[in-house]
Design a protein around this ligand. Structure first.
Ligand code: XIL
Length: 987
């Protein structure tokens, strides 16, 4: 920054009027008023009768100053059109002295301005007590952010008639304050501009320090939200992203607490609160970092960052705060726009910050549709009855309209993000009235602008007998809330397409429950146009083929369909978390997106749009749900650059070759073209459909070689239909006709082929190898492959359950002797300890499990149930062997005293009430008898269940060993794919 002294009157005359508050050009150098050129340099009188002149009578530097006389009111003085630009901060310094004989007074530099649409305001920049004995220095910072006119800087005095001199007034722009880092280390012994939100006391303290020797001690908080806050108004620019970080530690008397980092912003005086870092545990004596990013998406007149607890008012220390502007990478302009590469509307969810800056550019470039992610939900649009707020909704609708995008309205009636008042004191009539008003108001407001509405969201629960979620909506109004919502939406905008939207529709049970509901509503004449499939998937599951099956199923109802919330989590469970996501996983995700978009393109006649739930990984909701963790489920990365997932959609040839993995458990199936029980112990790995061809693939390892199975779907038989198994570079071909050969000429592999209803089955025995490719080709030239590594694994254990009903009393009655006994002998923790002998029976829809545990010393002292002496029973109806839990997969834990705990999907909602158990201690151990309801499948002789048992052995408060029947991964509680198999028998 260079210093320019304003010396020449001519230059000054040009400069001063030009630098108004509206000037786009910023002052990038100091502006000094030294009054050495014989003029007042633009300063003039403020107030009637006031006179402002250049004078040689007094000077701070040089030989002259500015004299103000004739004042008769405190606000009278000397003023100038202020050289301030909105959004830029300035330091203003000046020197003041009273004319000889005047009593001491406070002289202030003040800004007067009039915000657009508001009333004139006066803001003090600097002030000091001034006497006639010498020059006093005035200094302060100033910034304004709201569009304003008539911006003036003036000097005034608390003495209404006081006369004063001014000199060496310097205005220093602070560069662009929104790009400058902000930091506090408290090393100077002050609170460094941190101020309490309410009653809290803040003090620089040497009692604790994260770095250096001091921190900020916070005590005397009056509420969980009370604590230290830093005013960052003007330090963030709208649309820009900032990284914030601060270290916290519990105060002296505190033993436990959770702290988080938040932002308070106000627009037009109305406050909003946003989390930068959700509260997390701060163990006593440790410094914990709270960090996150924040994008300012609003015009604000107040902006403050603060630390708060989730509960309690305990004291804490804070240190080493930093806030830094994150320079965005420019978006790529040399890659194709997604929307040009797909035969349907390509949509993205967006929230307000996503419409700004580079995020806005990315949206505009790639997407032809948008869905406001939160801004049209009930809590955002009608927080209190009859009080509608559309500022954010309008903003996004305007953004989309300006860019010619199709808008999906999300959502009119949902059980989540709906304020409590909606259901309070509501009988059916009141509730439907409230719904009607809400739906009519929203749909009318956006009539002609919003093309499609998610009228109802997530109303299906396939675990209820009638398939309907027991929401407050349903409990109070039954199906009528759905009927009313559709009717009113249709009345309000007959041209809008009305959707029913749900997740997990790619799973057969949910698919069928939704299908039945849509069919029924259509038959009743409810104006329902389409079905929205959210499609929150994960990297493994479910296969693209189930998505296709769902689309095909709903196509038979003649409804429009849309993919509404697509994302592909890199996790299969809700516990794991990566520090950095392995690149192989992102490549695998690219192939997953490719397979999904193959389906969407093939089904384009049934799909009017495909929407991803967020434009880039940095804004994904999966960063905070179901737990806070790094996730990367979308097409663009945190820097808005194309991921393999993008190329999977746009140009799969740019992806690295797929590298799948398959375990080949030990096994020796008969090569006869029949599907032995052996093959049913595992699901087939999908070989995704290309053209009309697809397949499922499995392998078993043995001393004789690798047994392989391909279940080929290929409806039209041709003489060149074939499966090629390539092992470490050598191809082995089995033709649909039954002939087999290898590249080495004569003597193909041992193989058998049989027709199936949709194609044919191949079984073969080929040499053992690691790198395997399975290619299925049809005579018309279509072919699809599975490529990856096959590794040998232990055989999958299989046992059976006899058809009997035991008495559930903890006594081993005779019925049990009908079932074979298995033993837990796979140690996942330790090498010895408590074990169990286990038997199973079944009848009706109930599975009974008996565990006789050898465990002489019993403890339930740990607060964690898995660290208490206990038995865990794992059941996967249908033996899906999906990695994560599906909603009917359960982990049922029974302690030696009969305490039951259940695990499953995130909330174990589909299984938690399905177990009854009795436990009884016996000499040398205990017996558990459990009855598990399995309502999601029909139990019959021959039914296979994924099944395992684990025994936890505790001593005092710790677990000393754990042993299972089959699963050796230690991940039984997260992953169903390594459980053994239980087969129901008639006997
Ligand atoms: C999510 C939003 O993306 C989050 O920002 C919010 O905190 C919770 O809701 N199914 C839906 C969407 O229908 O509305 C949800 O959106 C994601 C799951």
């Amino acid at each position: 920054m260079r210093t320019l002294r304003v010396l020449v009157a001519a230059a000054l005359l040009c400069l001063v009027p030009a630098v108004s508050a509206h000037a786009a050009a910023r002052l990038t150098y100091d502006l000094t008023y030294d009054f050495e050129d014989g003029t007042t340099q633009g300063w003039g009188p403020r107030g009637g009768g006031v006179s402002v002149t250049m004078t040689p009578d007094a000077a701070h530097g040089g030989t002259s100053g500015l004299l103000t006389t004739g004042r008769t009111a405190t606000w009278h003085g000397a003023s100038i059109v202020a050289p301030f630009v909105r959004g830029v901060g300035y330091t203003v310094t000046a020197y003041a002295r009273l004319v000889s004989g005047q009593p001491a007074a406070t002289i202030a530099l003040t800004v007067q301005r009039t915000p657009t649409g508001g009333s004139t305001m006066y803001e003090r920049v600097a002030a000091a007590t001034v006497t006639d004995g010498g020059w006093a220095r005035l200094s302060g910072n100033y910034l304004f952010t709201a569009e304003s006119s008539d911006v003036q800087l003036y000097a005034e005095s608390s003495d209404a008639t006081g006369q004063f001199y001014l000199d060496d007034i310097v205005v220093t722009p602070l560069g662009d304050p929104t790009r400058e880092p902000v930091g506090s280390d408290f090393e100077d012994g002050t609170a460094q501009d941190w101020a309490p939100r309410a009653a809290a006391a803040l003090q620089s303290s040497a009692e604790a320090a994260h770095a250096g020797s001091r921190s900020l001690a916070v005590s005397g908080r009056s509420a969980s939200w009370d604590g230290p806050a830093l005013n960052v108004l003007g330090r963030m620019a709208k649309g820009d992203k900032y990284a914030l970080s601060v270290w916290v530690r519990l105060g002296p008397e505190a033993t436990a607490g959770r702290l988080g980092l938040s932002i308070e912003r106000r627009t037009g005086g109305t406050p909003s609160y946003e989390r930068v870092a959700s509260p997390k545990d701060v163990p006593a004596g440790e410094w914990v970092q709270l960090s996150g990013t924040y994008t300012l998406a609003y015009d604000v007149d107040f902006l403050s960052v603060y630390v708060e607890s989730d509960t309690g008012t305990f004291p804490f220390y804070l240190d080493d705060f930093s806030m830094k502007y994150l320079q965005p990478k420019p978006i790529q302009t040399d890659i194709p726009a997604l929307k040009d590469k797909v035969p349907f509307v390509m949509g993205s969810a967006l929230t307000r910050p996503d419409a700004l800056g580079v995020h806005g550019e990315l949206l505009a470039r790639h997407f032809s549709g948008v869905t406001p992610g939160n801004e049209l939900k009930w809590d955002a649009t009608e927080p209190r009855e009859g009080e509608f707020t559309f500022a954010d909704g309008d903003f996004l609708v305007d953004f989309a309209t300006r860019h010619g995008m199709t808008i999906r309205g999300h959502t009119l009636a949902w059980h989540s993000q709906t304020p409590d008042w909606v259901f309070q004191n509501a009988d059916k009539e009141t509730l439907l009235k409230r719904l009607e008003t809400h739906v009519r108001t929203l749909v009318t407001r956006y009539k002609g602008k919003i093309a499609a509405w998610d009228v109802v969201n997530e109303v299906v629960d396939e675990n209820q007998p009638d398939g309907l979620r027991r929401s407050k909506w349903y409990e109070i109004a039954g199906l009528d809330f759905i009927r009313t919502a559709f009717r009113v939406a249709h009345e309000a905008d007959p041209a809008a397409k009305l959707f029913i939207n749900d997740y997990n529709t790619e799973f057969p049970r949910k698919r069928e429950a939704l299908y039945a509901l849509v069919k029924r509503l259509k038959e009743e004449g409810v104006p329902i146009d389409g079905v929205g499939h959210q499609l929150h998937l994960n990297i493994e599951h479910p296969p693209a083929s189930s998505v296709e099956a769902t689309i095909e199923r709903f196509a038979t109802l003649g409804v429009d369909q849309q993919i509404t919330e697509l994302d592909v989590s890199v996790y299969t469970d809700f516990v794991s978390s990566y520090d950095t996501i392995p690149p192989e996983l992102l490549a695998q995700q690219g192939h997953r997106y490719k397979e999904l978009f193959d389906v969407f393109r093939r089904q384009a006649a049934n799909l009017s749009s495909v929407t991803v739930w967020g434009e880039s990984d940095d804004v994904s909701w999966l960063r905070s749900w179901p737990i806070a963790r790094l996730n990367a489920p979308l097409l663009f990365d945190d820097d808005l650059q194309a991921k393999p997932a993008y190329w999977g959609v746009v140009d799969p040839s740019r992806l690295p070759p797929p590298q799948r993995r398959l375990e080949a458990p030990a096994g020796t199936p008969k090569v006869d073209g029949k599907r032995d029980l052996e093959w049913d112990l595992l699901p087939d790995s999908p070989v995704a459909r290309v053209g009309e061809v697809s397949a499922g693939f499995q392998a078993r390892s043995s001393g004789k070689g690798l047994y392989v199975l391909a279940e080929v779907t290929d409806p039209t038989a041709g003489k060149d239909d074939r499966v090629t198994f390539t092992v470490d570079g050598t191809p082995y071909v089995v033709k649909r006709t039954g002939t087999s050969y290898s590249a080495k000429g004569a003597g193909g592999p041992k193989a058998a082929v049989r027709p199936t209803p949709t194609g044919y089955r191949v079984e073969a025995l080929i040499p053992t190898g690691t790198d395997v490719e399975v290619t299925v080709s049809d005579s018309a030239g279509a072919s699809t492959s599975w490529t990856g590594k096959v590794t040998a694994a232990p055989a999958i254990k299989l046992t059976s359950a006899a058809h009997r009903t035991p008495v559930l009393d903890g006594a081993v009655d005779r019925a049990w002797s009908a079932a074979p006994e298995i033993r837990t002998a796979t140690w996942i923790q330790g090498t010895s300890g408590a074990t169990a002998r286990v038997r199973s029976l079944w009848s009706g829809s109930t599975l009974y499990v008996l565990a006789q545990v050898a465990d002489p010393t019993l403890s339930e002292q740990s607060p964690n149930p898995w660290e208490q002496d206990s038995v865990e029973i794992f059941v996967d109806p249908g033996n899906g062997k999906t990695k994560g839990y599906e909603d009917d997969d359960g982990q049922y834990r029974i302690s030696f005293s009969g305490r039951i705990t259940v695990g499953g999907t995130f909330d174990a909602g589909g299984v938690k009430d399905h177990v009854k158990a009795v436990a009884r201690t016996v000499p040398g151990g205990y017996v558990v008898e459990a009855a598990i309801e399995l309502p999601t499948i029909a139990l019959a002789p021959g039914t296979l269940l994924g099944f395992d048992t684990q025994v936890n052995d505790a001593a005092g408060t710790t677990r000393t060993s754990a042993v299972t029947w089959n699963d050796d991964t230690g991940r039984t509680y997260l992953d169903t794919s390594h459980w053994g198999v239980l087969r129901l028998t008639q006997g």
